[in-house]
Every structure is written in structure tokens, then in C-alpha cells.
Design a protein around this ligand. Structure first.
Ligand code: ATP
Ligand code: MG
Length: 450
């Protein structure tokens, strides 16, 4: 029987991987503009890290974790269900927090959660995440949200709404928890089993329940923002003021909770109604208690994670196309062994100049070679035979227009390809991404080549 991929996983086809490469590069480069540098942490960690770092009472830890047994079953690891816990562990273990603060790091990582697979919900998915440590200033919250906003604008994403909320600190949360418990206790006979458990340990998570009955009950529950202490209230006001100053539209949504003890103050989500039921593309917030929870000296921190699969779904829904790189700038066809060897030699030389060039390695007839060049989407083609080897001249053909011209293929090819590639790339980028994004990406390209 044929072996199939595990449920809830996806292959990225060679014809689609350019989208992933473009998105990953662009988000990391945008994060760099905000001072975030990439960090890479292991795909698996000691299970205890997630039990403490994500929280024992969360669905992610209780129901969704992929456990991995070490040899002889001695050590128990887990595949990372999210990126933050590993980053905090790495920062503490390597002493990153002893350096100049703030520490700003970002990553693109696979994540694993044993959930029921459906559109926008996978068992292996990918997150782009950013974490900032050391700042308790509301400017840090605004800057982080603004980074997401920049990315969305860069790709031309529309109709995505930013929901924000403040869930307070330890002090004000205690009073709010008591109010929630008193409220939900009246509906004990109607709450789902999971929410009954939450009632004691973590009543805020009831607000997040997906069951319709619990949702209805939660409609009239006390609202956290009514319970904020003066400091939390001032922080939230400053965050909202900052967003307004930067022209970032938001709605305050008291239903957004991140239910863990170490989440504090600001929480936010970017939600779309165009990609089905799993509409949250980005989730983030402050977690001022987490560093301490994982054994470090208390340090304020905040971060977000964007689901890359959902981000790509959004592009499909909104018809956003990403620039497709050229698979083949030039196909060199050949007839006979000497011409075949020449084609190989020229291809090799042009590749050192940065062009994608292909020649026949299938021993095909020249007609079949050209058919393949067409299928590849080669931008230009050239055919070498004995005659061309003698004269040093060949016809180069623009595959889109059919135009041909004779060139000295030893000396003129690089310039011809360079002009064509530059023109095509500029067209593609400008057409697909809008002028601002285009300018910025060209600028990034230039910086790199300088
Ligand atoms: P949801 O409410 O959709 O389950 P979550 O609160 O579990 O999301 P987070 O832990 O905040 O999600 O993860 C951040 C982002 O990662 C989400 O906003 C989403 O874009 C993405 N994400 C989370 N779980 C999955 C999954 N199983 N498949 C694909 N993307 C996911
Ligand atoms: Mg989830």
C-alpha cells in the first residue's frame, strides 16, 4: 500500500514554494526594519517547558501536544506547539536578557498541534513570530502591532480587523476572576463540561469557548476592562492613543482573552472573515509574567504569532499574487555532441553570473528540447549546432513575443539576459504588489547587492 502523508500535514509543491520563500523573506526583512533579528530554536523541547510555558490548563497542552519519547522512554519531549516558550528558554539559557535591552527576536517555525484537521487548521503548520523582552512601555505594544500592520499593508491585504483588549495584571485580574466566577456559577447547569472545569481554574477561558450555549451565556458576562487597575488602565489608554497616532484602526473587543496567568495587559488578534471559520491570522499580546514563570528574573515581554498557512489563504481569497521568480532565463538547445558540450559550458558560465539556465540532459531531439523549454516557461531560447560553433553567432529568441535576433553568444549573452531579466522583474513586481511595496522590495534588493 502506498504511504501517505500524516493527516493534517501539507506538502508544498515545487511550483508553489516561491510563495513561501517570498513571504518568509519579506516578513523577516520587515521585522528587521523594527530591530527584530532571527532566532532559531529546536523543533522539540522538554515537555515541561510547554506545560509551564504555555500552561497546563490550556487545550494546547492538555489535548493537542505531540509527545516524543527519547530512547528507553526516559526523557519525554514534545514537538513545539508554538514558538514563544522555546524562545524564552533560549534567552534564559544563553543569557540574552543580560545584554542590552530590549531584546527583539523573530522566527519562522513549524508548529505541531494534534487538532481536528480542517481548512486553516492543520497538525503541522507554520508561524512567523516576534518577541520583545525588557520593555514595559506601551510604545512597545504599539510598535509590535504596527509591525503586523506594515506587513499586511506591504502585501496589500484588505478587510482584516484588529481586535484589541486588556486583560489586566495579577492585581486587577483577581477581582475580575471573582466577578466572572460569580456570574458563570449561575449557569452551572448549562455550561459545557470543559467550561465547568475552567470555572474554578481559569474562568476567563470560558469567554473563549466555541460552544454556542457557552457563547450565549458569555455575552452578558462582566467585562475585564471595567476591572482594570489604574496602571493597566493608563497602559491601555496609551496603547490605543499610539495606534490612533500611527493611523492603525482597531476595535476594542473584551472577548479576546489569552487566559493564562502570565498574559498581562494588552492582547490582540487580526481577524479576517474571508478565510472561513478559522479567521484569526495573527494573535499576540503581553506576557509580563512568563520569563519569571520559566525561572528567569522578572522581565516584561510581548509578542505575536502569525499563521503562515492562514496568511496564504488570505492571499487566495483576495486575489493577491506574489511575484513568481523566473524558473529559466535561458534554455540552450543543441544538436550534436560538440554543441551539447558548448551548451553545458555556456550554461555553467551564465549561472555564475546569476542567471537560471538550462540545457538538454535528456538526450532529446531539438524539437523535443524546445517543447520542454516552452513547458518550463523559459524566457529566452537559443539553439546551437555545428554551424553556430563555427561562426560564434546564434539566434536568440524571446519566447513570449517570438522575436529573434542574432548575437555573438560568447560575448553578448550576459548583457542580453541582464536587460531582459531586469525589465521582466520590474514589470512583475510593479504589477502585482503595488508601487509602494515594489519600491521597498527593490530597495531591499539593492541594499543586499551593495
Ligand atoms: P485558534 O483559536 O484558531 O485555535 P489559537 O489561539 O490556538 O488559534 P495561537 O496559539 O494564538 O492560536 O497561534 C497563533 C496563530 O497560529 C493563529 O492565529 C493561527 O493563525 C495559527 N494557528 C494556530 N493553530 C493553528 C493550526 N492548527 N493550523 C494552522 N494555523 C494555526
Ligand atoms: Mg487553537
Amino acid at each position: 500500500m502506498a504511504i501517505t502523508a500524516p493527516r493534517g500535514t501539507q506538502d508544498v509543491a515545487p511550483s508553489d514554494s516561491y510563495k513561501w520563500q517570498f513571504v518568509e523573506r519579506t516578513v523577516l526583512e520587515t521585522a528587521a526594519l523594527f530591530g527584530f533579528r532571527e532566532i532559531r530554536t529546536p523543533t522539540f523541547e522538554q515537555i515541561e517547558l510547554f506545560q509551564r510555558g504555555v500552561g497546563n490548563t490550556t487545550d494546547v497542552v492538555q489535548k493537542e501536544m505531540f509527545e516524543v519519547k527519547g530512547q528507553k522512554g526516559k526523557d519525554i519531549f514534545a514537538l513545539k506547539p508554538e514558538g514563544t516558550a522555546g524562545v524564552v528558554r533560549a534567552a534564559l539559557e544563553n543569557g540574552f536578557l543580560n545584554d542590552a535591552l530590549p531584546l527583539k527576536v523573530c522566527y519562522v517555525t513549524p508548529c505541531f498541534r494534534h487538532e481536528r484537521p480542517q481548512a486553516g487548521r492543520l497538525r503541522e503548520f507554520h508561524q512567523f513570530g516576534c518577541e520583545a523582552f525588557g520593555s514595559k512601555s506601551p510604545y512597545a505594544d504599539v510598535e509590535l502591532i504596527s509591525l503586523v500592520d506594515h506587513i499586511l499593508k506591504l502585501f496589500g491585504v484588505k478587510n482584516i480587523s484588529l481586535n484589541i483588549n486588556s486583560i489586566g495584571c495579577k492585581t486587577c485580574r483577581a477581582e475580575y476572576h471573582a466577578a466572572l466566577q460569580a456570574y458563570f456559577a449561575q449557569y452551572k447547569d448549562q455550561l459545557c463540561d470543559t467550561c465547568l472545569e475552567r470555572l474554578d481554574k481559569n474562568p476567563m477561558r470560558i469567554l473563549d469557548c466555541k460552544s454556542p450555549t457557552c457563547g450565549e451565556i458569555a455575552e452578558n458576562a462582566p467585562v475585564v476592562t471595567d476591572y482594570l487597575c489604574d496602571e493597566c488602565k493608563a497602559h491601555f489608554t496609551a496603547v490605543k492613543r499610539g495606534l490612533t497616532k500611527l493611523g492603525i484602526a482597531y476595535v476594542v473587543n473584551p472577548k479576546i482573552v489569552r487566559g493564562l496567568d502570565y498574559y498581562t495587559k494588552t492582547v490582540f488578534e487580526f481577524v479576517s472573515s474571508e478565510i472561513g471559520a478559522q479567521g484569526t491570522v495573527v494573535g499576540g499580546g503581553r506576557y509580563d509574567g512568563l520569563v519569571e514563570e520559566l525561572g528567569g528574573k522578572p522581565a516584561p515581554a510581548l509578542g505575536f504569532a502569525m499563521g503562515i498557512e492562514r496568511f496564504l489563504l488570505l492571499f487566495d481569497a483576495q486575489g493577491i499574487e506574489l511575484p513568481k521568480p523566473s524558473v529559466c532565463d535561458l534554455y540552450i538547445g543543441s544538436i550534436g555532441i560538440p554543441a551539447g558540450e558548448k551548451a553545458m559550458e555556456i550554461a555553467d558560465k551564465l549561472r555564475t553570473e546569476g542567471f537560471s539556465v538550462q540545457f538538454d540532459i535528456m538526450d532529446r531531439s531539438v524539437k523535443a528540447q524546445m517543447k520542454y523549454a516552452n513547458k518550463l516557461g523559459a524566457k529566452m531560447s537559443m539553439i546551437l549546432g555545428d554551424n553556430e560553433l563555427v561562426t560564434g553567432k546564434a539566434q536568440i529568441k524571446d519566447m513570449a513575443t517570438g522575436e529573434q535576433k542574432e548575437i555573438d553568444f560568447e560575448n553578448e549573452l550576459v548583457n542580453v539576459l541582464y536587460d531582459a531579466a531586469l525589465a521582466a522583474e520590474a514589470d512583475a513586481l510593479a504589477g502585482q504588489l503595488g508601487e509602494d511595496a515594489f519600491k521597498r522590495i527593490m530597495q531591499l534588493g539593492n541594499e543586499k547587492t551593495e
